[in-house]
Design a protein around this ligand. Structure first.
Ligand SMILES: [Zn+2]
Length: 511
């Protein structure tokens, strides 16, 4: 067991946890946002990050400090915490980014790790080799070998109490990401950044981002804290947290502000396009866009950066609360509506529902069926599996409407499928579902019925309200189907059918 990280609450693959940082003597609550602090240009001072925004951890670049005579001497002399005036945990990067950008850097892994230790970094980083997305396999493998040699150097280095990152590379080759993660997890290093995803995020390739994270997570144990390196836009924090990421770093708050870009959880707006500031943060409630536009560049950038930070930290608080309440996927669905590529990302997340389900607590609040994608959530799959353990009557009517008075009947609740009466009041079958049932929802319900038919020896009659043929086609041939939208008296009863009560009917929308 790694002792630095403890997951306390789970929601799917997401978790609220604690990262204990021994050198700083602080415990960081995750998922956490680490603002990027440029040692040469502090848009918002680290002490303000701590006191105004509640930052428990920040990230800065040891390579830049090392390369600047004055900064290097100050950091060695006074230590990083004193130099930056920050009491929380400080993570340092090593120059890998510069290496990827410019092809070479002038320090070795041993040198930069020693330097990070000497200046008082709390989490140091070896010089790994970031391989961009879509690199050919030979290059990705060769780069990965180098990264793994650097991890070995980091393992044998004397790093004292400093935690050490074990970056995971492998480009967009998912098997390489998985084996890289397994290898990194096998070292005695502490924190696991998933590297070189920034180009994916810049190109809005959120589905690829999710696949890369998913692959890496398969190689890591549950006690591995995962940092999605370079992911700083609040729009995608919920998605990445749902995929199992625990740490985010944001340079975006400052970089975007410099270009007059205003971050929101639904995307980016340009200051020139805003008539009002649609945000309750202290900056937006005390300024209007005209005022901001009239300010000198530096001052304007400072205020926009503060807004950008407020939005980002608020989203992290919202995510942690959603995980505690078991409603993170609903937040992800909401965020996924902001951009078609975010929806692709959410769909990719649901493709990995097997893994999501492994960690998902079986009981939580109310399942909200919000969209087509809800039909693919882990709860639906788990309900289908639960049907295997039930004992249905030999003859059974399944109906999405009224119940015949003379025969055993179970209700059909799309997207779950058959609902045995004994489970009707339990999560997730107390779901709030929309009356408009789209095709994927009915197909999922039909799959539940097919599973019941496959596992049990039961004579099934399905009474449905005009289900489309591609849903009905999922049912085995020996299931009798009756379309009650075209048949006046489908069950040939005497007309005193009773409605099947559900918790949803009884409790209403606030239940
Ligand atoms: Zn604001």
């Amino acid at each position: 067991m790694r002792e630095v990280f403890e997951a306390r609450r789970w929601d799917g693959a997401a978790r609220v946890g604690t990262l204990s940082v021994p050198r700083a003597g602080v415990t960081v609550e995750t998922p956490a946002l680490m603002p990027v602090v440029n040692p040469n240009l502090q848009t918002v001072s680290p002490s303000a990050l701590e006191t105004e925004f509640g930052a428990q951890v920040l990230i800065t670049n040891a390579y830049i400090i090392h390369g600047d005579d004055e900064l290097r001497e100050t950091a060695l002399d006074r230590g990083l915490h004193d130099m930056l005036d920050f009491g929380g945990a400080i993570v340092t990067d090593s120059g890998s980014f510069q290496l990827a950008e410019y092809g070479e850097i002038d320090v070795t892994t041993e040198e930069i790790l020693r330097f990070q230790r000497d200046i008082g970094s709390d989490v140091g980083t070896p010089v790994d080799l970031p391989t961009p997305p879509d690199a050919d396999r030979d290059r990705a493998e060769t780069d990965l070998e180098t990264t793994q040699e650097r991890l070995a150097l980091a393992e044998s280095a004397d790093t004292g109490e400093m935690l050490v990152n074990a970056p995971i590379q492998g480009s967009t080759h998912l098997d390489l990401r998985e084996s890289a993660a397994r290898h990194a997890y096998g070292t005695d290093l502490d924190v696991f950044p998933i590297g070189a995803v920034v180009p994916l995020l810049n190109e809005y390739r959120f589905a690829d981002m999710v696949r890369v994270v998913d692959a890496a997570k398969r190689g890591l144990g549950a006690d591995a804290p995962v940092h999605l390196f370079g992911a700083g836009h609040p729009m995608m924090f919920a998605l990445a947290a749902a995929a199992g990421c625990d740490l985010f770093d944001s340079a975006a708050y400052a970089l975007y502000a410099r270009d007059d870009r205003y971050l929101t959880v639904r995307g980016t707006r340009h200051l020139d396009d805003l008539t009002e500031l649609p945000c309750p943060c202290p900056i937006c409630t005390t300024h209007d866009p005209d005022e901001l536009r009239s300010l000198p560049g530096r001052e304007r950038g400072d205020l926009l950066a503060r807004h950008n930070l407020h939005v980002s930290f608020a989203e992290l608080r919202r995510i942690r609360e959603a995980i505690r309440a078991g409603t993170l996927l609903e937040l992800v669905e909401e965020r996924a509506r902001a951009h078609p590529t975010m929806l692709d990302g959410y769909r990719a997340l649901l493709d990995g529902a097997d893994r999501l389900e492994g960690d998902d607590p079986a009981t939580k609040g109310t399942f909200f069926h919000l969209s087509t994608e809800s039909a693919r959530r882990p709860e639906v799959r788990r309900h289908h599996e639960r049907l295997d353990r039930l004992v249905p009557p030999e003859e059974l009517v399944l109906t999405d409407g009224s119940r015949p008075s003379d025969r055993p009947a179970w209700r059909i609740l799309p997207p779950f499928g058959p609902v045995p009466p004994e489970l009707a009041e339990t999560y997730p079958l107390t779901a709030e579902v929309s009356d408009r049932r789209d095709d994927p929802t009915l197909v999922a319900a039909a799959d539940g019925i097919a599973r019941l038919a496959a596992v049990h020896d039961v004579d099934l009659t399905v009474v449905h309200d005009g289900w489309p043929s591609h849903a009905l086609d999922r049912l085995p041939d020996d299931v009798t189907t009756i379309d009650r939208s075209t048949d006046d008296d489908p069950m040939e009863t005497d007309g005193d059918d009773e409605p099947i009560e559900t918790a949803g009917d009884a409790e209403g929308i606030d239940g």
